[in-house]
Design a protein around this ligand. Structure first.
Ligand code: ADP
Ligand code: MG
Length: 249
């Protein structure tokens, strides 16, 4: 038994000669939110993709709710059915309505009836102000609405952990806020999450703990306000100074 929903031990990942994640350890207790920050190329996406078994790891272990999902012979589809992931580009199916997008996995992976899946999806859409979009096709929605639908499509399966990778970086500033507020509501509802973001204000608000990645290592970790206001390492100081210089902090 463990209270950690996700636990990563000594993860190592390389692409050819390129060591992208090294000696990486982290643990995410149930209902907590960890936010990954770091320069482009620091390894945030690769880490999330390793957890989702989209990348094979070279060394280390990944435990999901106590089960070693990095062990030989684990079925990746089974693992992925209890992990929700949403990435930068909304990958909704354009030929399916919002409701059909959201109910696809509940019906075809989790064996729910159409009525049951539709009822759950409508409840979720109503809760997040999207009920009137249920029968529309994704391309009629704003980018922010599409991304919210993509997140709800992951949430409806009641994942043990939700992985969000730069979910707002393709959006206009005005649409970013509505996506971030949905994520904050999910946190309030107790969703366990690992989030990679460039939005430092959001990171500070939603993170129980901030992890700063630099060259594939967790370089600094801790309380978000402490890290952002009193960075200890020269690497984090430089990263924050660069953001500040670009007007993004
Ligand atoms: P981040 O998400 O923090 O920007 P990534 O995880 O995307 O960082 O990338 C980390 C490093 O891994 C980068 O140097 C990137 O070029 C490299 N990388 C990522 N994916 C691949 C891949 N499929 N093949 C080769 N190198 C990759
Ligand atoms: Mg990335």
């Amino acid at each position: 038994m463990t209270s950690n929903i996700l636990e990563i031990k000594n993860l190592r990942k390389s692409f050819g000669e390129d060591l992208v994640l090294q000696n990486l350890c982290l643990a995410i207790p149930e209902h907590s939110v960890k936010v990954l920050i770091g320069a482009s190329g620091s390894g945030k996406s690769t880490l999330l993709r390793c957890v989702n078994l989209l990348e094979a790891i070279d060394d280390g272990e990944i435990f999901l709710d106590g089960e070693d999902i990095s062990a030989f012979g684990v079925n990746p589809d089974t693992v992925r059915s209890s992990i929700g992931s949403v990435f930068q580009s909304f990958n909704l199916f354009p030929h399916l309505s919002v409701l059909e997008n959201i109910t696809l996995a509940p019906r075809h992976v989790h064996g729910k009836s159409k009525n049951e899946a539709d009822a759950e999806a409508m409840e979720l859409l109503s809760r997040f102000g999207l009920a009137e979009k249920a029968h529309q096709y994704p391309d009629l929605l704003s980018g922010g609405q599409q991304q919210r639908v993509a997140i709800l499509r992951a949430v409806i399966n009641r994942p043990k952990v939700l992985l969000l990778d730069e979910v707002t970086s393709a959006l206009d500033p005005i649409l970013i806020a509505e996506v971030l507020s949905l994520i904050s509501e999910l946190k309030t509802a107790g969703m366990t999450m690992m989030i990679a973001t460039h939005e430092m204000g959001f990171a500070r608000q939603v993170a129980d703990e901030l992890l700063f990645l630099h060259n594939g290592r967790i370089c600094e970790v801790g309380d978000p306000t402490l890290l952002l206001e009193s960075p200890k390492t020269p690497e984090l100081q430089a990263f924050l100074a660069a953001l500040r210089g670009a007007g993004r902090l």
